[in-house]
Structures are given as C-alpha cells and as structure tokens.
Write a protein that binds this ligand. Sequence first.
Ligand code: SF4
Length: 205
Amino acid sequence: MVASARIISNDSLEKIAIEVVGCSLCKLSRSRKNAVPGDGQTSAKIIFIGEAPGKNEDEKGRPFIGVAGRILDEALQKAGIERSQVFITNIVKCRPPGNRIPEDDECAACRPYLDRQISLIAPRIICILGATAYSSILGGKSITQNRGKIIKRKGQKYLITIHPAAAIYNKNLRHALEDDLSSLSQEIKKMENLDRNTILDYIDG
Ligand code: SF4
C-alpha cells in the first residue's frame, strides 16, 4: 500500500531497520552477510528504489555505496539534489547470490518493509531505478520506452529512470540518468512553488 500523506503511527525507520537486519522471511537471508534496510531520513522528499544490494552493499549494510552508488551520487549532485533530501533503498533488502535478479517470492516477502518505509516518509515523489523496480512496483515492462516519464498512481507520483549500474560502461545512459534526475529536481521545485502559492492564496484570502 502506498500512502500519499504522512500517517501518525508507532512505526519508525529505525524499527523497520531492526526488523530487516534480523529478517529470515525469504531464502536471501541464508546467503547475505548484512541486510540493507536503506539510508535517509523520515523527512526525505524523494525515495529512490533500486533492485537489490550488491557485493559492496552486502559487506557494509548500506545501499548504493559501490560504483553504481557513485554514479547516482554524481547525478544527484549535478541535478542539485542533496542526499539529505532523499531516502535510498531497494525492492529486496538482502543481496541475491551472484547478483541475480530477485525472484517474485523474495520481492513479495520483502515488500511490506518497503511499503512501511513509503508510508512513513510519504515522499513527494518516488524515483524508480531500473527494470526490476519498475516491474515490481508499477508492473511496467519497457524501461527504455518509459524512462524520464513522471506518472501518478493512487495519488503518488513516480519518476521512472534507469538503474545507475546500467550506466557504468555506457556514457549515453549516464547522461540519460542525469537528465532524468534533473527533471526530478524541476518537478520537486514545481510542487514546492505550488504549495507556496496555495499557502499565500490562503493567507491573502
Ligand atoms: S530480502 Fe527481505 S524478506 Fe528476504 S530475508 Fe532479506 S529482509 Fe527478509
């Protein structure tokens, strides 16, 4: 379930992280070194959702810290988006052996953690990184045909883009990622301006 407004609850990102670290709900728990709950604050405006932790992330228990993470950081910086504005996580919180694509039962077992993170943060927009996240969250098929698009589902906005790992050896894809994050930054500014004008109209009225 995706919430469009922050809810009052006893849940917290810390509580979810503790549960994830001790989780054995799917077979990925047997091969992981460290579960990777996600990084960021409840006040984040954007949630980035990738596929799964890789080798470096599995070693350290933190998301997007390898080469793909550096590409994402650079694209964020170029788009003027600060790390403090974002929460970064994955569809599954444990590394699949050999970095294979997570299986449907693993995605389904892990999904409640992601849904709780989304409900708590109530982001302005969710940025989908890559085909696995696109398919798992929105049931989408072609990332190449749909990247760069902003769509709304059940009151929640999403921006679809490529996974930074796909851009490691491909400059064109790196530029595509940077362009998409620049659109994301513009969209956030647009939404904030709209909020500001609504508040000013209310005060004036
Ligand atoms: S991938 Fe998710 S459901 Fe599976 S063991 Fe890790 S935290 Fe639990």
